[in-house]
Design a protein around this ligand. Sequence first.
Ligand code: CMC
Length: 431
Amino acid sequence: MAKDTVTIIDNSTGKELELPLRRSTLGPAAVDITSLYREFGYLTYDPGFMSTASCRSSITYIDGQEGILLYRGYPIEQLAEQSSYMEVVYLLLYGNLPNTQQLNDFTGSIATHTMINESLRSFYQGFHYDAHPMASLMGVVSSLSSFYPDAADIYDPEQREIAAHRLVAKIPTIAAASYKYSIGEPFVYPKNSLGYCANLLHMMFSVPAEEYVVDPIAAKALDLIFMLHLDHEQNVSTSTVRLSGSTGTNPFACIATGISALWGPAHGGANEAVLKMLEEIGDVKNIAKYIEKAKDKNDPFRLMGFGHRVYKNYDPRAKIIRKMCYEVLDKLGDPNDPMFELARKLEEVALNDEYFVSRKLYPNVDFYSGIIYRALGIPANMFTVMFAVARAPGWVAQWLEMIAEPDQRIGRPRQVYEGATTREYVPLDKR
Ligand code: CMC
């Protein structure tokens, strides 16, 4: 039988080193190189972590070639068809789908934590009136650590669970407050008789002076988008949460670092970038010009919402959300909004263009989520905030898993130093 090891040979010395393989239940095995530096004095070089597993995890599995996404073993297609966001949040946090009692207890606990301390409201006044809502979301989430110092005891499982529930419960309230502040409207308190996503819509769109009824199609669409965005294994924001969490810092600070990593246009900022791009293209007649720009290597323009670091054939989430996108557009989209026609046409042109087809650059989940958000009346600068709300329980699940890991260590990558070798200091008057 083949050995469960890989042998590497240092050609300069002839020394051989047998490295153990860590087998996955699904997907490729990983060569355990933890002894490499000790035995050989070499580091590995892998910018962008193209071939590096940074941890072991039982939460999410992705097969980028086959377009597979599993949460705790369940295919995303089955969950999207039959489950709700809250059920899947429970699944990620606790490892199994809840029964009715467990789900009721869980949603009940989340509901008891939806309010934020009144003094947090004044934090918003410190932000400029046109501050990006991601900036205030990040700031306010990290400031939760000052309200819940008990959460600093991350080695107490009970404190961890309470912090997890608080984060899941409060992040929609904070996100909605960030939005309300950015448009100068009064903050709206949560209404716990509503479901998780309906409550978020209520806090974003209702005003004290008017009755507001949440559209069930909007709530259903949000529930689905949130489920699709809940976790995506060791992506940059999740890795950031794990890296900062590995120092033992409190969970609110960890989640704030995830929010900051998510903000970039190559990650969570992509859905906002899609809308900005559509606005820049402006008209169906300009599509051909922008497709050419996207193909031109000397032009920094890229087709936002196309391509994926992991999914190299298709994004399974995009397949699911595309159907919902067209349903929402038909029922709630403004028929006079030219952006929707433009998006449909761009999708069609790119899907038939040799450059995009040969590179397997398909629309990703954020191409469609941006369009749905626009149809729901959510402004572009809130898109990444919505992503952060959806992803937060995923970050929490990953953080909980990491803290409970017996051989968890501080994350400390190494580097290949290419700077000056030791040189003598030259006094100022001699330079
Ligand atoms: N427009 C034009 N060309 C592209 C694009 C694009 N959006 N994406 C990739 N390419 C080209 C790329 O230039 C390369 O061409 P060539 O082989 O001729 O050099 C080829 O396609 C392969 O791309 P890659 O460089 O291997 O892709 P990557 O894995 O480094 O980057 C990506 C993945 C998502 C950063 C990139 O596709 C991109 O910038 N897309 C637009 C931004 C976007 O929509 N991001 C959201 C991803 S989904 C949200 C999430 O899961 O976080």
